[in-house]
Design a binder for this molecule. Sequence first.
Ligand code: FAD
Length: 468
Amino acid sequence: MLQLVWFKRDIRLFDHQAIHHAVATGEKVLFMYIAEPSIWQAGDLAKRHFTFMQQSLEDIQQSLRKIGGELYVAIGEMESILDDIYKMYGAFRMHSHYEHGIQPTFDRDLRVKRWMHEHTCLWTEYADFPVVRGKNAPRRRDFLKEWIKETILAIPRQVFSLSTVPNGLTNDLTILESLQVPGEERAIDIRGGEKEGIAYAKRFFEEKYMRYNINMNKPYVAPSSSSIISPYLTWGNISLKSLMRAVQKHMKHLKQTANPSEYDFLFEQLKSFQARLEWRSSFVQTVENFPMMHIRSLDSRFEGIRHQNPELLNAYIKGETGLPFLDACMRSLQQTGWINFKQRAMLATFGCNVLLLDWRVVGKVLAHAFTDYDPGIHWKQMQLQSGIDPKHHIPMHNVIKQGKENDPKGEFIKLYIPELRHLDNTNIHEPWSLEINPYITPIIDLKQSMDDHKKLLYGIKKNGHASE
Ligand SMILES: Cc1cc2nc3c(=O)[nH]c(=O)nc-3n(C[C@H](O)[C@H](O)[C@H](O)COP(=O)(O)OP(=O)(O)OC[C@H]3O[C@@H](n4cnc5c(N)ncnc54)[C@H](O)[C@@H]3O)c2cc1C
C-alpha cells in the first residue's frame, strides 16, 4: 500500500517520526507538501513565512534526493489532492505530525480526518511536541517525561519513491510562487532549512550561550547570545526533542570539562535556555486547548474598549511614532524578522495598551513580522501582554525607561535611526528635550496615554467597567 508523508510545520528529515514509520513499512513513499490557500490566506500568515517555508522545502528536497526520495508539492486544498491520489493509487496510509494551530488548521484537520474515514484510509499523527490532546490524555508534565526519553530517529539511508504522481503534484517547487500570500516580499536575514537550523543550534552551543542571560534583554547584543532557533522550531526544521537532548548533553559535558570557578555560571545559562524550551510547549498547549485564541479574549470584559486608528497603526508599523527606542525595535523587527523577548513584549503592550489598538490587529502586525510566528506562543503572549488574560496583571511598559535600561548608550537606536547618530546618551532617548527635535514629533503624549489607559484597563479588571 502507498505510504504518504504529509509535511506541515515539520520540514526536516532528522528525528521525524512520520518519515520513520512510513519508510519502515518498506513500501513506496510519496513525500508531499500542499500549499493550502485556506491556510496561507487565513490572515495570520505572511509572505515572510512562505519564503522561509519555500527555502525549507528546497533544502529537504535536496536531502531527500540523496537517499532516493523526491518531494512533491501542489497548491490546493487537501481533500482535492487526496482525491487525485486516491484515483491513481486507491487506498493509502498517511503519516504526519500533530499540528497545534488556530481554527483554520484545526478545521482543516477535521475535514481531512473525515475524508480519510470516508475512503477507509488510515492517518497516523505523531507528537512532535510534548503537547497533549483529547479527553483521556495524560497530564502534560507526565507526557513530557516519557516523550523526552523516546529514541531520536536517524535519517533513513534509503527510501523508495514513486515514479508517477497525479497531475496536480509536481517536484518543481517554483510553482509555489503563484500562490497569493499577504504581506510584502522582504529579504530576511534568517534562511529556512534543516541544515541552517542545525548550524544555528551548533553556533549557540559553541559560541553564544556563555552570555545568554546577561544579554537577553538588550537588543543590541541579544543576537550575539540568543539562539535565534525559534524559526527553526516553529517550522519544524529542527526537532525540539533532539535540541532538548543536546542541552542535556552539553550540561553533562560542562560538568566534566568546565573550570570549577566557571561551572555554576555557565550551567545557569544552559538551565535558563532549557527552561525556555520547556515553556515553549506549555504555550503551544494553550492553542491546542483553545484554537480561537487569536480572536476571542480570555477575559470578555475587555471586548470593545480598544479602537481602530489607521493613523496610529501606520506609524506603529513603520516605526515612525517619534519614540526612538520603540521605533528602532519595530524597524529592526521589520528588517530582520526577529527581536528578543523583552522588546516583543514592549512592542505588544505599546500597541495594545498605550495606543489602545485592537489586540488582534496588533497581533497580526507582529505575527506577519516574526519569522518564527507560532500560533500557540504568539496568541497566548498577545493575550498576556494586552492584559486580557484574567489570571495576569496588565503590563504597561514605559518605552523611554526600557530604552534607557536596555540600550543605555543608544547603540541600537543609532543602528536603525541614522538621523539620531550624532546625539549623546541622554538626548537620544528623548530628542524632543532638545531645542530643535531632530526626529519625528511623538504621535502621542506618552505619560498621559499610559496614565489614562492604566486607569481604564484596571478599572475594567477590578470593577468590570472603566473607573470614573
Ligand atoms: C508578544 C510576543 C509574541 C511572541 N511570539 C512568538 C512566536 O510567534 N514564536 C515564538 O517562537 N516565540 C514567540 N515569542 C516568545 C519569544 O520572544 C521568542 O521565542 C524568542 O524571542 C525567540 O528567540 P530565540 O530563539 O533566540 O530564543 P531563546 O531565548 O534562545 O529560547 C529558545 C527557545 O525557547 C522558546 N522560548 C523562548 N522564550 C519563550 C517564551 N517566552 N515563551 C515561549 N517559548 C519561548 C522558543 O522556542 C525559543 O526559540 C513571543 C513573545 C512575545 C512577548
